[in-house]
Write a protein that binds this ligand. Structure first.
Ligand SMILES: NC(=O)c1ccc[n+]([C@@H]2O[C@H](COP(=O)([O-])OP(=O)(O)OC[C@H]3O[C@@H](n4cnc5c(N)ncnc54)[C@H](O)[C@@H]3O)[C@@H](O)[C@H]2O)c1
Length: 391
């Protein structure tokens, strides 16, 4: 039997927890979680204790003990950690956003009022540096975009590729009532707001489906060509009337973003993302094809609907991500990780590493997602003008 693949996790917060849980669902490929590191000794030790894994006090020490580094740290750390791991001959898994622009981490940096062209150039260069480090080391980049692996998106890929469909127009959304991470809300850590933090998910899924369509029909992916975008800061409007249901207090990011993408074949996608939506996470992508129409519903789904007359009765019951109340009718997720594509994602990552092949969500998709989002910021700065996406 082959030696198990040793996976080290960087970060001990929200993403690290669901990564660990879903790594442990991988079958047929022996893996072992080598341990965890994070910036804070208290959180990494608590995480290590709770999950029976080792705690490492530096990223370098974790690299020495692992074959794959799984980056669940804030976006501003991704490039440095990814390049360091690849330089040390390790494969990498990188959470979304793949990388970005963070104003060199300076305390007084305000992303919303900083020029966006240099951000776009920097984000693309950052992607290039990670990809070059992977080429130099011959190791694999896994882009942890779970939407690619969500069963609803994979079924639509099958429909598109087997029926020879042309996708004409897609409309997608990820929104909820506000991210919990203390790093989110400050551009110097998150690299942007709703577009980067949430819009990346339906955008990557849309880019993935057009890639699949092009590859099936002509042997080469159809890629994004231009974007027109708007961003807004609704919870920071002087007129905003706070009723306490939405997170607020973002420093310099948008809490609403909209992207209209055109592809190289002239077809289109409209992507929405915001921190303004109650009722739990709202994740969906609708596909209008020349021979079919599909609604990919990631969350909520109707596998289960339940009525609970008293909120407190469901205190210990997990219902669905970011739901504000469990009272009344709700849609408890029977297996939310599965419907979001997490176990399938880690299965593909581990199999691709063993086989030495590209994962379904790899560096090209990650790079096109970054190029589209930062071109969207350039467009929004110009009041929504159509902006070319560097190829
Ligand atoms: N795919 C998804 O559905 C999803 C969901 C949530 C978050 N994310 C992504 O996961 C990443 C982490 O987000 P989160 O919500 O877990 O944040 P978090 O704030 O809950 O956790 C971040 C962790 O990173 C650690 N950290 C900070 N700097 C570090 C460094 N230099 N080296 C190692 N560890 C460091 C912190 O100590 C903390 O433990 C982000 O890129 C985020 O966008 C993805």
């Amino acid at each position: 039997m082959a030696d198990p693949i040793r996976v080290g996790i960087a970060g001990a917060g929200f993403a690290a927890r669901f990564h660990l849980h879903n790594l442990r669902r991988v079958y047929g490929v022996p893996i072992v979680v080598a341990g965890v590191t994070s910036r804070s000794p208290q959180t990494r030790e608590a995480f290590a204790r709770e999950n029976s894994v080792a705690a490492f006090d530096s990223f370098e020490a974790l690299c020495d003990a692992a074959d794959v580094l799984d980056l669940c740290s804030p976006p501003s750390t991704h490039e440095t950690l990814a390049v360091e791991a690849l330089r040390r001959g390790k494969h990498i898994i990188v959470e979304k956003p793949f990388t970005g622009f963070f104003g060199a981490g300076a305390e007084g940096f305000r992303g919303n009022s900083s020029p966006k062209e240099p951000m776009l150039r920097h984000a693309i260069e950052s992607c290039r540096r990670i990809v070059e480090a992977a080429h130099a080391s011959g190791k694999t980049i896994c882009y942890a975009e779970n939407w690619v692996y969500a069963p609803a998106i994979q079924k639509e890929r099958e429909i598109v590729t087997k029926s020879g469909a042309q996708i004409l127009w897609m409309m997608g959304n990820q929104s909820h009532s506000g991210s919990h991470s203390p790093y989110y809300g400050q551009w110097r850590f998150s690299g942007g707001g709703s577009l980067v933090g949430k819009g990346c998910h339906p955008l990557s899924a849309a880019l993935y489906l057009k890639r699949a369509e092009g590859s099936a029909r002509n042997g080469s992916p159809i890629r994004p060509a231009t974007v027109s975008a708007r961003t807004h800061e609704i919870t920071r409007l002087p007129q905003y009337r706070d009723e306490g249901h939405l997170r607020r207090g973002y420093q310099d990011i948008e809490d609403y973003g909209q992207m209209h993408v055109t592809f190289s074949d002239g077809t289109i996608a409209d992507i929405f993302s915001s921190e303004l939506v109650m009722g739990g996470v709202s994740n969906w992508l609708e596909v209008m094809g020349n021979n079919h129409r599909t609604r990919c519903q990631l969350n909520p789904i109707d596998a289960l609907t339940t009525f609970n007359p008293k909120d407190d009765a469901f205190r210990e019951v997990y219902v669905t991500e970011k739901i504000e109340t469990k009272q009344g009718w709700s849609h408890p997720a029977p297996d939310e990780a599965w419907q979001h594509g997490y176990p399938q994602e880690f299965q593909d990552f581990m199999e691709s590493i063993v086989a030495g092949r590209e994962p379904m969500a790899g560096a090209e998709l990650a790079r096109d997602t970054m190029a589209t989002i930062y071109s969207a910021y350039v467009s929004a700065e110009r009041g929504g003008a159509e902006t070319e996406i560097p190829s």
